[in-house]
Structure formats: structure tokens, C-alpha cells
Design a protein around this ligand. Structure first.
Ligand SMILES: Nc1ncnc2c1ncn2[C@@H]1O[C@H](COP(=O)(O)OP(=O)(O)O)[C@@H](O)[C@H]1O
Ligand SMILES: O=C(O)C1=C[C@@H](OP(=O)(O)O)[C@@H](O)[C@H](O)C1
Length: 936
């Protein structure tokens, strides 16, 4: 196989030949000659891809293209083709073919197949290409044309060492007859330049109890990326008052209950419109624990990945100048200076591979949207300033910024010092997935906030298409902070004609340093904050989230609130959390709803375990009932309906109206999603079984299953509800719950008084995700993910032996309670070869099983509180234990005994969850719904 040459290292990552780029130091400059002029960028929001466009996956051997391709196809409800399998169908095993005919013949045949696949399946498919497909110029051209005709190409990236280890052990694929690292080095530039998107294929860490969950996090991240680039969902945070986009949700997205951000429709009342992000400046994110990331992100809406502060360490090759002064420098002075031989050195600029893995790790650890920032030195960052006489550095810089778009960062920082054309070009890359935050920093303290110059900066950024504008100055006097406030008022008063855009562009404006701290906490849009666990502040004057909240409280901009919770344990855990976040909130265990009448600072009430939820028929008629409560018929959380941003002059309305929801429905959906392995991602064939549930549990679980996207639900020995009666009355064997038909007789549109201050109607904005899906972009598309009205069909059965139960695929979701369970669970119920999620509500639970899934109460209130839910093992978990014991005994060749395995030992893909898992997730959801902040 001839070694093809990689794309020239000087190729412009924005798509044309490299050339000198104007220095960023002189502010906006004419376009560098090599950057094609682009028409003014349209605003973010429109997807760049047809909703049905076929996706191609490329990447090295063994990185997970086939595995992820299957997952994507299942989740997006498309067909999947593996190009290697297509080859084998035609020519037999690849190894045999290569051994008999050589690599060149293999590549010829591969080209024929690739051409055919890309030509014949431009829509509705996911195609995993062979790892060596980029070796041939002809194939690269085929892929380039495929990309040019509007198809996404995703580069799958896995840790280099891990992949090499895997490939060294792997015997099935034919040998290249060449060092793996050489092949890697040659192909990587091709993959990086051909792809439109990049996904980090990380392995779960710590290792999950079941191998089926090794790639659960990648599945969630990958499906999230695909859904955002096709415009099916968005995790952007509402930054200005007004209508909100539909929430992120849907099968396998793992993000039920609203946005990836901490915003929740209910909690917004207590939080107001202020948003913030935490600036992560760890040198190597890959080694930061998920727990640390969760803690530092407590309360904030967005996480910033500071790419310029990342430090990549690479091995020093034997022929490098070990021990030389240069090597010592490279180690920052603490290596190579003595007699010890250095084995690694710091790379000046992190590689795309390293940045991709850091980004993937962040995705693995947090559902929050990511702001991707490559800050240059001139703007207060660490990335060496790209100069016009250093085109290679400029190419690296622009390449790193472009990588953020490819990774699907929700927000991309683009420095306004770049020329117009470059900014517009970046804006044209964002599609629906990304918003551009144009940033400019006055490090020298020259700006006058009320000068025309500064206004012009804002107007230019708006004209170029930025979605958020960040202006940062260095104050010389305290008055500069007052000037900044006036500047904000001036911007707010701009007319559409002056702005040149159809909507206001959110402004993040702050002053640096101690003298500017007041401007930080008063800033309403995406205030950057730090955290004591970070290596240091990312910019002078940064405050912690808790400090900003305390300062806002002292300024009268956050009001004290009293919330009512069901137990002392919950009150204790929530109070500790509020204290850590600097919130002036009190949590009391009192007689629930009655308190809202007499407590002047009433912020909300949660009626979780051991309280009982309220039937919605008992709620005051003018209160608003949100979909999870409306559909299930039960409400377990309420907050004042008023959603004004809180302020000293806007009193809360304790005697006003209230909004009610059911956080248990959200928690059930979350627990089920997090505990289904990727291969069981909910699809058209997913079957669920409900056994022995009381009316309330049953209706909550059914609603959660509908949110998750389940289609077929068997119901055995459950208390009936209206739906059953309806089904019995019409003697239909199954009953499709039309999402447009409320499951409860109580159905009303929220009354107008709930939507003061230009807020979107909350029922619409928290509408059940399956209803809120918006695949309308192309109603004629042959395969549109997540049909808007995908019905959930209830299939009543009389007992476990009902032939109906075995007519379709075996259930992969089983929810049971011993209360009404008629008999023992037969083993054949667990026939799903890929296991499933067993939720036994009569079982306390082992604290979640999905390796870091949301149901794992290793942190937060669930862990602290220790649920007082049922302590015995329920019949469902017993049955799975017995099945495992029999399987183990059979494998060991001995008779079965009463072997009971620890709940976290999973040998067959079945994840057993209990009441405690649901309860701790309920509490996380409740904290978020009450306070508007995610727990840290
Ligand atoms: N991120 C990952 N974590 C754990 N295992 C992985 C990961 N990516 C791939 N694998 C495993 O490596 C093997 C090769 O994956 P595969 O999808 O066939 O790769 P490719 O199609 O890119 O050659 C499979 O057994 C897969 O489960
Ligand atoms: O790297 C390569 O040259 C190859 C990779 C394989 O695809 P996968 O990456 O899917 O294993 C397969 O096409 C063939 O063995 C050649």
C-alpha cells in the first residue's frame, strides 16, 4: 500500500489554501487573501443539514465507528450500513481477501463499494466507513463531494494509547504490515480535514458494572451532537426574556426534564433571568473527576472549556534533545534540569486530538452546555498571538476554533479582533448546534463605555452575526462600572433599525480586576465565575458563583425564599446545597401547601416521599398544571406562578397563583434512560412491562415511558385508571394514548395571568418532549426521527403466560411493585439478549447501577438522605438474582442454590434499580425545579 501524503500542514482549516493572515493586534483588518468572502452570516438557528441527510462515520480502526454507527441509527431511527460488512458480503472475510490479493486490490474493491454506498444512500442512513478509506485520493474526493452536497461526516476519535492497545491485541483484522502509530499519523490529518464533526469515543470511567454500559456516555454525547446539528433539539440557555425554544429531550438523549442547562421552567421564578458560566482552566481535563466537575459547575448554566489553558504533554522521542536547555524549558524547569532523563514534554499548542478528548470528558461528566474558548494572549489568554508573519500559527489557531464547531459546542467564543470575513465564516459554520459569542477585551483600560467606539464594537459584532456579545474592559475608576450600566441601558434601548437585526443581541459586559467585581455580579448574561476547586481564576476579578449570589442578595436582587420539603433529611441536604451556592434559601419541613398562604417568602413546596402527592383534581382551579402532572393526574411540586426576575421592587406573589408539576415523572424517565444500555436505546420496537402497580405509580410510569419514547407497554395486574376504563369500554384490545388527548379529565390552557412579562406559556415550554419535538422541517422526509405523535400503546395482559407478551420482542423495561403482583416472574421474561432496565419499586435499590448515571446517588441529596423507602428485596429483583444464580451455577456445573448477588454485579445486561434510585433522582429534580439551579 503506497503511503499517501497527508493534506498539507499549511492547508487553511477554514477551507482554502493557506496564506498570511492579518495580525489580530490592530483590531479589525481587511480579509486575509486566502479567506473567501462569505455573504453576511444568517443568525444561528437554522440547521445546516437536511433532517434526513445520511451521516458517514470515519476514523481509525477500532475507534468505535461500527458501534457508534449502530447506536446513532437506532436512536435516530435510520438504517445502518457498515462498509466493511458490505465488503464481506461481496468478497468474504477482509483478512482472507487481503492475504490472497493484497492491500491494493482491497482498496480498489473498497472504492467501488464506497462510491455505490454514498451515491445510492444520500438520505436516511448512517454509514460507517472502513478505517483506511482515506488512504486513497479517489475516496477522499468521494467523501469531499458527499460533504459538499450537504451530508455530515463525523470523525470518531478514541484515545490513541487505548486504540493502539486494542489493535495490538486484536487479531481479526488484517495486518497493515506497518507500525500502527505511523498509520495513525498519516491518516489523522485526512480525517481531521474531511470531517464536518468530531466525537470523542471515550470509555466509561470508573468501569461500569456491565460491559454494555462502557459506551453509554458516548451514546448520549453522540446522539446529542446529531440531534443538535439536525436542529431536533437545542441545549442553548434562554439569555433574554421571551419565548423559549423547545426543551432538549427524546429517546436516549438522557436529558429529560428540560434543558441541558440548569434552567427549568419552574425554577426560573426563583432564579430570574441571570445566567453564568464557570471557566474551567484545568491543564488536563481528562484527569479531573466527574465529581469535581459537578461541584465546580454547581448553580451555573454553562461550562467554559478554556482550550488555551490546556497543557498537553507528549512523550519525548529518543532522538530529541534530552537534557538540553531547550528540553528543560519545555518542562517548565522542573524536568530535564537534573540528571534524570525527561520522558515527556509540554506541547506548546494542544493538538486537536487532545482537545477532543478533553471536550469528550466534559460531555461525559456534565450535561451542561459547553462554551469553547481559545483565548489569545492579547485578549488575556494563553494562546500565543497569531501574527500575520506566522501563517502556521494562525492556521493552528483557526483550526482549534473550528474544532469547537465540529465538536458541537453550544457556544463558541470568537474573538472580535479577527477580520470581518473570518468572523462571518465562523458564524456560517454554527448551524443550529452552536451560537457564536463574539468577544473583545480592553486590557489596556482605554475604553470609555459611553463612547461611540464601544457602541460601534457592539454594533459590528451584531452586524457580523454574533449571537452573544462579550465586551470586557479594565476600569480605571469605580465610575467605570456605572458607565458600564449606562452602556447596557443604551444597548437595550437600541431600535431594530439601529441594531440591524430583528432581535436584541444579549450583552455580556464586565470590567476586569477587583474594581470591576461589581460589574460581574450585576451582569445578567453569562457571567464568568470561578470555583475554589479550580487551579485559579481564569481572569482578574473573577468571583465564585456563591459570591455572586451573596452579592446579589445583599444588593436586593435575589430575595430570601422559604421552601417546604417532605423530610428533615431533604431539608438538610437542600440547605447544605443552598449554602454552598450562596443562596438565601431556607428549607423547612412543614405542613406543605397550607404554608403558601401564610409564608410571605414562599418559594415552593415539594411533596415527595414520605409525603403524598396531590391528585390534580384537588388543586385550586386557577392554578396552572404542567404536563407531567396533567398527564399523570398527580402533582408533587408547586411554585408561585409569577416568573418575574426577582428584584427588590418586585414582591413575590404568595397569594397569587401556583404552578404544579410532577418531578417523579421526570425522575422515572431519567432513571430509565440512564439505565438502558445504548443497544437498548428506545426505538420503535421497545417493549415495556408494568406489573402490580397502584394507580398513581402506574400513571406516573406510563407518562415517563411516553417521555422516554417507549411504544409498547404491557400492563399486568395494575390498578386501572381512566385510560383502562376507556379501553375496556370500547373493548379495544389496545389503546393508543394520543398525546394531544390529556390523560386526565382535568385539562385546561393556562390562564393569561400566568404569562405576564412576556414569558412564554409554560405549558408549551415544558410540554411533554415527545409533543415538543419539532421534526416539521421536512414533513415529507422518509425517515424523521421521533415522530411527533408516536403513540404509546397499552396492552393489558391477564398473566405472565399471556401469549401476547411473547409475540413481540422481549421487554427491555420492566417496572414492578409487589403490591399487586400476582405471581413469581418467570425466567422467560428476561429473554432480552441485551438485558434491560428492571425497576423494582418494592426494592430499596443499591444506589443505581449505570456507572455514573443520574440514578447513582453517590453524591447529592440521595446519598445524604438515605431513602427510607422499602428495604426488602422485591419479587422482580429476586427473580433476576435467581436467574443469575442459575446461570452462574450452570456455568460452574453445579446445582442452583440461594445465591444472591450484590446489586451492582451485572452479568447479563439487566440493570436492577429500586425505589431509592428514583427517590434520589426525584430530589435532584425537585431542587432544580424549586431553585432553578442544578445541584453541584
Ligand atoms: N470508546 C470505547 N470504549 C470501549 N470500547 C470501545 C470503544 N470504542 C470501541 N470499542 C470497542 O472496540 C471494538 C471495536 O469497535 P468498532 O466499533 O468495531 O470500531 P471500528 O468500527 O471503528 O473499527 C468493539 O469491541 C467496541 O466495543
Ligand atoms: O484501517 C484499515 O486499513 C482498515 C480498516 C478496517 O475497517 P475498520 O476501521 O472498520 O476496522 C477495514 O476496512 C480493513 O481492515 C482496512
Amino acid at each position: 500500500m503506497a503511503a499517501a501524503q497527508p493534506a498539507s500542514a499549511s492547508t487553511d482549516p477554514l477551507g482554502s489554501a493557506a496564506g498570511p493572515v492579518a495580525s489580530t493586534s490592530r483590531g479589525p483588518t481587511p480579509a486575509p487573501p486566502h479567506l473567501k468572502a462569505t455573504p453576511p452570516a444568517s443568525r444561528a438557528g437554522a440547521p445546516l443539514y437536511d433532517p434526513d441527510a445520511t451521516i458517514a462515520l470515519i476514523g481509525m480502526r477500532g475507534v468505535g465507528k461500527t458501534t457508534l454507527g449502530l447506536i446513532a441509527a437506532t436512536s435516530l431511527r435510520r438504517s445502518f450500513i457498515d462498509a466493511d460488512s458490505a465488503f464481506q458480503t461481496l468478497h468474504g472475510p477482509i483478512s482472507t481477501f487481503v492475504n490472497a490479493h493484497g492491500w491494493s486490490a482491497f482498496r480498489d474493491a473498497e472504492t467501488v463499494i464506497l462510491k455505490k454506498l454514498l451515491k445510492e444512500h444520500p438520505r436516511g442512513y448512517v454509514i460507517a466507513c472502513g478505517g483506511g478509506v482515506v488512504e486513497r485520493e479517489e475516496n477522499r474526493q468521494l467523501l469531499q463531494r458527499f460533504k459538499d452536497s450537504g451530508n455530515p461526516i463525523v470523525h470518531v476519535v478514541r484515545d490513541k494509547e487505548e486504540t493502539v492497545r486494542y489493535l495490538v491485541d486484536e487479531q481479526a483484522r488484517p495486518s497493515w504490515g506497518e507500525e500502527i502509530r505511523h498509520v495513525w499519523a498519516r491518516r489523522t490529518p485526512y480525517f481531521e480535514s474531511l470531517c464536518t464533526h468530531t466525537i470523542a469515543s471515550l470509555t466509561a470511567y470508573p468501569p461500569p458494572p456491565s460491559p454494555q454500559f462502557l459506551m453509554k456516555h458516548v451514546e448520549t454525547a453522540f446522539v446529542r451532537l446529531l440531534r443538535s446539528i439536525f436542529g431536533f433539539a437545542s441545549s442553548h440557555v434562554p439569555l433574554v426574556a421571551g419565548p423559549r425554544p423547545p426543551p432538549v429531550s427524546g429517546p436516549s438523549s438522557g436529558e429529560y426534564g428540560g434543558y441541558g442547562a440548569c434552567e427549568s421552567e419552574l425554577g426560573r421564578g426563583a432564579k430570574g433571568m441571570r445566567t453564568s458560566f464557570v471557566a474551567l482552566n484545568f491543564p488536563d481535563l481528562r484527569v479531573v473527576s466527574a465529581e469535581t466537575i459537578r461541584k465546580v459547575a454547581g448553580g451555573v448554566d454553562v461550562i467554559e472549556l478554556r482550550v488555551d489553558t490546556l497543557v498537553e504533554v507528549e512523550p519525548v522521542l529518543p532522538f530529541s534533545r534530552v537534557g538540553s536547555p531547550a528540553a528543560a524549558n519545555a518542562f517548565g524547569g522542573d524536568a530535564g534540569s537534573g540528571s534524570s532523563t525527561p520522558t515527556a514534554r509540554r506541547k506548546r499548542i494542544p493538538s486537536p486530538h487532545f482537545v477532543t478528548l478533553c471536550f469528550g470528558h466534559l460531555r461525559r461528566c456534565s450535561p451542561l452546555p459547553i462554551l469553547f474558548t481559545v483565548r489569545t494572549e492579547k485578549q488575556g489568554g494563553v494562546f500565543p498571538d497569531p501574527h500575520d508573519d506566522n501563517p502556521e500559527l494562525m492556521t493552528e489557531y483557526l483550526g482549534l476554533v473550528e474544532l469547537g464547531f465540529k465538536l458541537g459546542a453550544e457556544y463558541m467564543d470568537v474573538e472580535l479582533a479577527l477580520p470581518d470575513e473570518v468572523i462571518q465564516r465562523f458564524c456560517s459554520l454554527r448551524g443550529a448546534a452552536t451560537q457564536v459569542l463574539g468577544a473583545d477585551h480592553d486590557r489596556a483600560g482605554k475604553w470609555q463605555w459611553m463612547s461611540q467606539d464601544v457602541l460601534d464594537k457592539y454594533l459590528r459584532a451584531a452586524r457580523l452575526g454574533c449571537d452573544v456579545i462579550k465586551l470586557v474592559s479594565t476600569p480605571t475608576t469605580f465610575d467605570s462600572n456605572l458607565e458600564l450600566l449606562k452602556f447596557r441601558a443604551r444597548v437595550d434601548a437600541l431600535s431594530a433599525a439601529e441594531l440591524g437585526t430583528d432581535r436584541p443581541i444579549p450583552l455580556l459586559a464586565i470590567n476586569l480586576g477587583k474594581g470591576g467585581q461589581i460589574s460581574r455580579y450585576l451582569n445578567p448574561v453569562l457571567t464568568p465565575v470561578t470555583h475554589p476547586l479550580l487551579p485559579g481564576v481564569a481572569a482578574p476579578g473573577q468571583l465564585t458563583y456563591a459570591q455572586t449570589q451573596q452579592a446579589l442578595f445583599l444588593s436586593g436582587l435575589i430575595l430570601e425564599r422559604t421552601f417546604f420539603v417532605p423530610s428533615a433529611a431533604v431539608a438538610d441536604a437542600f440547605s447544605r446545597e443552598a449554602l454552598a451556592l450562596g443562596l438565601p434559601y431556607t428549607f423547612l419541613v412543614e405542613d406543605r401547601l397550607a404554608m403558601r398562604k401564610i409564608e410571605p417568602n414562599f418559594g415552593g413546596a415539594y411533596l415527595g416521599f414520605p409525603s403524598s402527592p396531590l391528585p390534580i383534581s384537588s388543586l385550586p382551579p386557577d392554578d396552572e398544571v404542567l404536563p407531567p402532572a396533567l398527564a399523570s393526574g398527580w402533582a408533587d411540586l408547586c411554585v408561585p406562578a409569577s416568573s418575574e426576575p426577582y428584584s427588590y421592587d418586585l414582591a413575590p406573589s404568595p397569594l397569587g397563583f401556583y404552578k404544579h408539576t410532577n418531578v417523579r415523572v421526570l425522575a422515572l424517565a431519567e432513571v430509565i434512560t440512564q439505565n438502558l444500555s445504548p443497544i437498548n436505546a428506545v426505538g420503535t420496537h421497545t417493549c415495556a412491562l408494568l406489573v402490580g402497580l397502584r394507580r398513581k405509580d402506574r400513571s406516573e410510569v406510563v407518562e415517563a415511558l411516553r417521555m422516554v419514547g417507549a411504544r409498547w407497554v404491557y400492563v399486568l395486574a395494575c390498578e386501572s385508571d381512566d385510560a383502562d376504563e376507556h379501553a375496556a369500554g370500547t373493548s379495544t384490545p389496545s389503546m393508543a394514548l394520543d398525546p394531544s388527548r390529556p390523560a386526565s379529565p382535568r385539562s385546561r390552557a393556562p390562564s393569561p395571568h400566568h404569562h405576564r412579562n412576556g414569558d412564554a406559556p409554560s405549558a408549551a415550554s415544558t410540554a411533554n418532549p415527545s409533543r415538543a419535538e419539532t421534526p416539521q422541517q421536512n414533513p415529507n422526509a422518509s425517515s424523521v426521527p421521533y415522530p411527533q405523535h408516536a403513540p404509546l400503546t397499552l396492552l393489558p395482559i391477564a398473566d405472565f403466560s399471556s401469549p401476547r407478551l411473547y409475540a413481540k420482542r422481549p421487554p427491555t423495561i420492566i417496572v414492578s411493585s409487589d403490591d399487586l403482583c400476582p405471581s413469581r416472574f418467570p425466567e422467560q421474561l428476561f429473554a432480552s439478549p441485551t438485558g434491560g432496565c428492571a425497576l423494582d419499586l418494592s426494592f430499596a435499590g443499591g444506589g443505581g447501577a449505570a456507572g455514573g448515571g443520574a440514578a447513582t446517588p453517590v453524591y447529592g441529596p440521595g446519598a445524604a438522605m438515605g431513602a427510607q423507602a422499602p428495604s426488602k428485596r422485591g419479587m422482580l429483583s429476586h427473580a433476576i438474582d435467581d436467574k443469575r444464580a442459575r446461570a452462574l451455577a450452570a456455568a460452574a456445573g453445579v446445582g442452583t442454590g440461594a445465591v444472591h448477588l450484590a446489586p451492582r454485579v451485572v452479568i447479563d445486561g439487566w440493570q436492577v434499580l429500586g425505589a431509592r434510585d428514583v427517590q434520589s433522582e426525584c430530589e435532584r429534580q425537585a431542587f432544580r425545579a424549586l431553585t432553578g439551579r442544578r445541584m453541584g
